[in-house]
Design a protein around this ligand. Structure first.
Ligand SMILES: O=c1ccn([C@@H]2O[C@H](COP(=O)(O)O)[C@@H](O)[C@H]2O)c(=O)[nH]1
Length: 265
């Protein structure tokens, strides 16, 4: 079974396409966790306990773990999520010359899927693509305000660059393990891309804190029912205070998002 088969099973089991983003920003963790050995791990464990029944996947962003304690926290987090039966997508946005990417691809020894950057071309992500049982989500049309600066540049064929990325990803999808990252903040682009590549599942970030379009995320993000709609801060920092109940607030937020998205499935 490949990543997207596992994801389909998980979506069916939880009746959810929610990706819970584990962006465990050390500066936003409740004070009472800061004296723990690994505060980010302590935080994530409680978030996972509170949200896993609503989570089709967990998506830690590597940026929040890139120090010694961070990597230990991330490894514990991934193992714990797996213990709950939840796939883990590492949002790392990696790629480099092939020799270097071969090392980056070791990240997939722990995680089930990864986000990658396509702008160095196929060889720069080939070591990820070759991991047939792992998912590879390629940045296509990102959710940030500057996403259009390069991604929407018109090529000599008249198509925007992000459409060329999507077309290439369709070609590179030899093992059925490729998806695209397309932000919920660009519903028109989501719609065009779904028409262009009907078989590629999307990871759709940008609902929640970034104010993206949840209906479009679901309508166009899923390929034959498979895809992920991510919220990070809107779930894990849903608790407004610094109190003990931060995990309860996260569980409620994950359930609310699941129900909201399910209206459109
Ligand atoms: O286009 C993109 C690609 C990745 N992201 C990442 O998703 C989460 C979104 O967090 P929120 O708190 O829900 O805004 C975060 O890890 C981003 O780096 C994205 O937002 N857009």
């Amino acid at each position: 079974m490949g990543f997207f088969d596992d994801l389909r099973d998980r979506i069916e089991a939880t009746d959810s396409v929610v990706s819970v983003g584990l962006d465990a920003d050390i500066d936003r963790l409740p004070d009472h966790l800061l004296d723990k050995d690994l505060p980010r791990w302590a935080f994530n464990r409680r978030i996972i306990d509170a949200t896993h029944e609503h989570a089709a996947a967990f998506k830690p962003n590597a940026a929040f773990y890139e120090d010694e304690d961070g990597w230990r926290s991330l490894r514990e987090t991934i193992a714990y999520a797996h213990g709950k039966g939840v796939p883990v997508l590492l949002d790392a946005k990696r790629a480099d010359i092939g020799n270097t990417t071969r090392k980056y691809a070791d990240l997939l020894d722990d995680a089930d899927a990864i986000t990658v950057n396509p702008y160095m071309g196929r060889d720069s992500i080939q070591p990820f693509l070759s991991r047939e049982d792992k998912g590879v989500f390629v940045l296509c049309r990102t959710s940030n305000p500057g996403g259009a600066d390069l991604q929407s540049l018109e090529l000599d064929t008249g198509e925007p660059l992000y459409e060329r990325v999507a077309a290439l990803c369709d070609l590179w999808n030899e093992h059925g393990n490729v998806g695209l990252v397309v932000g919920a903040t660009g519903p028109d682009e989501l719609e065009h891309l779904r028409e262009q590549v009907p078989d590629l599942p999307f990871l759709v970030p940008g609902v929640g804190a970034q104010g993206g379009d949840a209906e479009a995320a679901v309508e166009f993000g899923l390929a034959d029912g498979v895809g992920l709609v991510n919220s990070s801060r809107g779930i894990i920092f849903a608790g407004e205070d610094d109190g003990e109940d931060f995990d309860k607030a996260a569980g409620q937020a994950a359930k609310r998002l699941k129900n909201r998205l399910n209206q459109y499935r």
